[in-house]
Write a protein that binds this ligand. Structure first.
Ligand SMILES: NC(=O)c1ccc[n+]([C@@H]2O[C@H](COP(=O)([O-])OP(=O)(O)OC[C@H]3O[C@@H](n4cnc5c(N)ncnc54)[C@H](OP(=O)(O)O)[C@@H]3O)[C@@H](O)[C@H]2O)c1
Length: 416
């Protein structure tokens, strides 16, 4: 059997790991592990080959070209069209079609030659491609949580209408997806998302007032792209995951909880009505949820590290500090509100994180800007894609306006 794959965002942290996972799945090492009793042939016959049909990047043309040489996809997309020329030069001589601009991403998500679309783009930019893939009935392995957060209702509807299967790659949602297989959806009493707590887990509100970019980017457990690392430091990442879980598992917000688990071994838990709690455990390594989404429903040996619980000794859990991580309470409120609230929540965060990464605002300004935007926004419900995109653009503009206003108010007066 052959699974033909497109990776949207192949040059990012998840994209690169996905390529390593696929390489290993296709290797003889994995085939050896898949063979039962050291030589039986039943599983061997069913061995799946993973063919990389399309890859994409935004501007990292050097890495995309290197990946094109190594994995020989039929298509590559470069979403920032300014880099199309240099990509053309770099892949000259290869038999690969180059697609450019944001439409290039949507095109590779819809290709007839593709069965599985692994979405590892960062931010709301992945939305049109995710919707297009669902419309075409593709299997979607979703790491890019933002489209689910901002257009969860629409995406789940389109996926249902077109028989598109959505498989979570986010480690927490993969864990919930696996634990949910122990009972029916009606038998679930709550789902518990775990969070590492990030670099400021033990910090007070005072402690985080002047934290630096470098401190926010120093995640104690996970090695991720810069945007999600900052989101983990504010706990926006968990707030987005609450909304993601709400849509993915059709779960009322009241049945979703967040628990801090600094060791990041228990990736999330599901409690059933009889009081049983089913958890999924694994090393903190994204290769495992990526692989499960690609091989589902099968489990095969792969490159993810195996757990040694005896070496870990103990696992700890605590409640999140909602004073330090105010954005988490906002996330629950946004999930309950629904409509365009989540688009505004996400877009304001994306814009604010960009400003923080560029060194133009403080860490604590991120949540302030998000809250200001939410307070000004008139929520609309049952909206179209166009209205979602309008609300997204409005929130990004609002962040810019707020920052201009702040800059004016703190301008030193000239002494004459
Ligand atoms: N990293 C993790 O461990 C992890 C875990 C769970 C979920 N996720 C989710 O997975 C997604 C990707 O995270 P990441 O950490 O892999 O991010 P990342 O390392 O920053 O990579 C982002 C990818 O998206 C591309 N990209 C950036 N801006 C784009 C745009 N405007 N249009 C199209 N493509 C664009 C990048 O291309 P260039 O390289 O050319 O810039 C890169 O390939 C996020 O939604 C994140 O929340 C990540």
């Amino acid at each position: 059997m052959i699974r033909r794959i497109a990776i949207l965002g192949s040059t990012g942290s998840i994209g690169k790991k996905a390529l390593r996972v696929i390489e290993a799945l296709n290797s003889s090492l994995v085939a050896l592990h898949r063979t039962p009793n050291g030589g039986g042939s039943s599983l061997e016959k069913e061995k799946t080959k993973y063919e990389i049909v399309a890859l994409s990047a935004h501007s990292n043309v050097e890495l995309l070209a290197e990946q094109a040489r190594r994995y020989k996809p039929k298509f590559v997309a470069i979403t920032n069209a300014d880099y199309a020329g240099s990509l053309r030069e770099l892949v000259g001589g290869l038999d690969v079609e180059i697609l450019t601009g944001p439409d290039g991403l949507t095109e590779i998500a819809q290709l007839d030659e593709v069965d599985v679309v692994l979405t590892a783009v960062v931010g709301a930019a992945g939305l049109p491609a995710v919707l297009a893939a669902a419309q075409k009935g593709k299997t979607l392995a979703i790491a890019n949580k933002e489209p689910l957060v901002i257009a969860g209702e629409l995406l789940m509807e389109i996926a249902k209408e077109n028989d598109s299967t959505i498989l979570p790659v986010d480690s927490e949602h993969s864990a919930i997806f696996q634990a949910m297989q122990s009972g029916s959806a009606e038998e679930v009493s709550k789902i518990i998302l775990t969070a590492s707590g990030g670099p400021f887990r033990e910090a007070t509100v005072e402690d985080i007032q002047n934290v630096t970019r470098q401190q926010a980017l120093s995640h104690p457990v996970w090695d991720m792209g810069p945007k999600i690392t900052v989101d983990s430091a504010t706990m926006m990442n968990k707030a987005l995951e609450v909304i993601e879980a709400h849509w993915l598992f059709d779960m009322p917000v009241e049945k979703i909880e967040v628990l801090i688990h600094p060791e990041s071994i228990v990736h999330s838990l599901v409690e059933f009505v009889d009081g049983s709690v089913i958890a999924q455990l694994g090393a903190p390594d994204m290769c495992l949820p990526i692989q499960y989404a690609l091989t589902y429903p099968a489990r095969v040996a792969g490159i993810a590290k195996h757990l040694r619980l005896d070496e870990l000794g103990k696992l700890t859990f605590e409640r999140p500090n909602l004073e330090t991580f105010r954005v988490l309470s906002l996330g629950f409120e946004v999930a309950r509100t629904g409509g365009t609230a989540a688009v505004v929540f996400n877009a304001a965060n994306e814009a604010a994180v960009q400003e923080f990464l560029a060194g133009r605002i403080k860490f604590v300004n991120i949540v302030e800007l998000i809250e200001q935007c939410l307070n000004k926004h008139n929520v609309k419900r049952r909206v179209s894609l166009e209205e979602l995109l309008e609300a997204d653009a409005w929130a990004r503009r609002e962040v810019k306006i707020s920052l201009k206003r702040r800059a004016k108010s703190v301008k030193p007066k000239l002494k004459i």
